[in-house]
Design a protein around this ligand. Structure first.
Ligand code: ZN
Length: 407
């Protein structure tokens, strides 16, 4: 505990003066932080879990990994969504089958890790589980699916994955799939939003009580989902487009639509989604090169090649001096949503181990720095409680409630 406090003091940066002035002490920050149920709705840690040399039950450090059970506890993080992520490839039956197998491997790895370290964490399936596990002093590990590619065009697979523990599906990733258009497909829209199959997927997810995640999907897909879904939706890891002009972020009009729908936008801690990047920097160019490889070739690589690529990705920040994006920059997004539609519609989805990580919040153990920044800006404990989990769990419960009459 002492170590994390020391770290906290070093990393709080500008907050140090306030701490020294006695207004907001680390003790007060931790008291508030530990008194609220906290959830991070998106990390890509299952990718690391498939690596032999990664052990989620011991304390690791960035950049090798930003999430493990030890640091979750240190950072007062009660619940998390592990994403079973598959990159989009050409939609052939073979590639779909590979994506299906990969998603299952990640689900298996999550269950195995939670069994191995059962004293620290358990797989969670329902909205109430986080609170129950918090009382037992354990982390709640929920599983989401990032990219509906493993479903292919087989509607039965939605329920199959629900039964395996998947509680949200990010409908697509960086390219279009059979469900909908992506916000970042190089060839532009293919279905003009949700496909007919995608509409069936949305209805099936509503019926099953699965949360629909609109992160990564195109603006037209987003509005199609909002119109069709009977249940509120989430953006598991997206930020504010008015601050960082990226297609992955939500416009003001979209944020208003999320609020009207009763959903929530979970601010993503990825540099470019928090601050407009310097596109002339070497860091940016190198990162773009690697992103392209991740998006187009990752799933067809051998395990050794995958590991080499991930190592290369992790060394980028050190090798090419990453520009600083801070906790304050991140909380600017929370402020923005609060001012636009109110405090009930915003939360946090870090995208750790998938590109997320900022100065002052480089891994899960540093989450209290976000709480410190909110306290510094005058947020009340109730507001902090909403941001850290109450908003998200409200949506989750509503999704479950809407599903019940169908089951
Ligand atoms: Zn993502």
């Amino acid at each position: 505990m002492f170590k994390s406090f020391a770290l906290f003091f070093i990393l709080i940066g500008t907050g140090f003066n306030i701490l020294a002035a006695g207004k907001i002490t680390p003790r007060k920050v931790m008291k508030v932080h530990n008194s609220v149920l906290t959830v991070d709705t998106h990390v890509d840690t299952p990718m690391s879990m498939l690596e032999e040399d990664f052990d989620i039950g011991i304390k690791n450090s960035p950049p090798q990994s930003r999430v493990d059970f030890v640091r979750m506890k240190e950072g007062g993080l009660d619940a998390i969504f592990f994403a079973a992520f598959t990159g989009q490839r050409e939609r052939t039956p073979e590639n779909t089958q590979k994506a299906y197998e990969m998603a299952n491997r990640m689900i298996d790895a999550t269950f195995e890790a939670c069994e191995k370290y059962n004293e620290m964490a358990e797989v969670a399936l329902n909205s109430e589980d986080a609170k129950k596990l918090e009382k037992k002093g354990k982390r709640a590990i929920y599983i989401g699916m990032e990219n509906g590619f493993p479903i292919g065009n087989d509607i039965e697979k939605v329920e199959e994955f629900y039964l395996r523990g998947i509680r949200y599906i990010t409908l697509c990733h960086s390219s279009n799939n059979d469900i909908c258009d992506s916000s970042t497909d190089k060839n532009g829209p293919e279905h003009n939003g949700l496909s007919n199959f995608g509409k069936d997927v949305v209805k099936e997810m509503n019926n099953l009580g699965m949360i629909i995640d609109v992160s990564h999907i195109s603006d037209k897909s987003f509005y199609d989902v909002i119109e069709l879904s009977k249940a509120p939706i989430i953006a598991s890891h997206s930020s504010v487009r008015a601050i960082a002009n990226h297609k992955r972020n939500l416009s003001d009009d979209m944020i208003k639509a999320v609020a009207k729908n009763g959903g929530v936008i979970q601010i993503c801690l990825l540099d470019d989604y928090i601050k407009n990047p310097d596109t002339t920097s070497l860091y940016y160019k190198k990162r773009e090169e690697l992103s392209l490889i991740y998006d187009t070739k990752y799933d067809s690589m051998t395990d050794d090649e995958k590991k080499a690529l991930r190592d290369e990705w992790r060394s980028l920040r050190v090798k090419y001096s990453k520009p600083k994006v801070t906790v304050a920059d991140c909380v600017d997004h929370i402020d923005y949503v609060k001012n636009l539609v109110g405090i009930d519609y915003v939360g946090i989805g870090s995208d750790f181990d998938g590109g997320g990580g900022l100065d002052g919040v480089a891994d899960v153990s540093e989450f209290p720095n976000i709480t410190a920044e909110m306290l510094k800006r005058g947020y009340t404990r109730e507001e902090i409680r909403k941001v850290w989990g109450e908003n998200f769990f409200r949506v989750f419960k509503e999704v479950e409630k809407i599903a019940q009459p169908e089951s």
